[in-house]
Design a protein around this ligand. Structure first.
Ligand code: HEC
Length: 119
């Protein structure tokens, strides 16, 4: 009788962990759509503050227009690197290091890169 209530928090944690693991993967097709949402979200990627991106409202011009990205960067690792920490390529850049500063998670960056490759 005593052991059952004391195990309850562990059970709940196990259930929560199970739920967290079972939600993310599976949806590769919608990743680009998800990435667009993150890129356009002013509280997330906020890429439109600096980049003109097809489909986005009120873009800024601090950064270059993002277009033909797939032909410019055929290797997606280059795009992951740019979004994760552009200061590695250009120490003077004003582009925030989304990965290094944890503005976006690795999964969010991957979705954004999927979206960039559709441009
Ligand atoms: C504060 C302004 C700013 C924000 C916000 C910003 N960028 Fe940038 N970005 C730049 C600038 C400036 C450059 C030009 C390269 C440099 O500075 O090194 C750039 C370059 C890039 C490049 C390379 C483009 C090319 O043609 O070579 C990509 C891709 C890119 N940004 C994606 C993004 C994405 C995706 C986001 C949102 C998650 C984002 N940027 C948010 C300023 C910004």
């Amino acid at each position: 009788m005593i052991a059952i209530p004391s195990m309850r928090p562990i059970l709940i944690l196990a259930l929560l962990a199970g739920a967290a693991v079972s939600t993310p993967p599976a949806r590769a097709q919608s990743a680009a759509a998800e990435g667009q949402k993150i890129a356009f979200d002013r509280g997330k990627g906020n890429c439109l503050t600096c980049h003109d991106i097809r489909g986005g409202d009120l873009p800024g011009t601090i950064g270059p227009q993002l277009k033909d990205i797939k032909s410019k960067y055929p290797d997606r690792n280059d795009l992951v690197a740019i979004v994760t920490d552009e200061t590695k390529r250009n120490p003077q850049t004003v582009m925030p290091p989304f990965g290094r500063n944890r503005i976006l998670s690795e999964q969010e960056i991957n979705a954004v890169v999927d979206f960039l490759q559709t441009l």
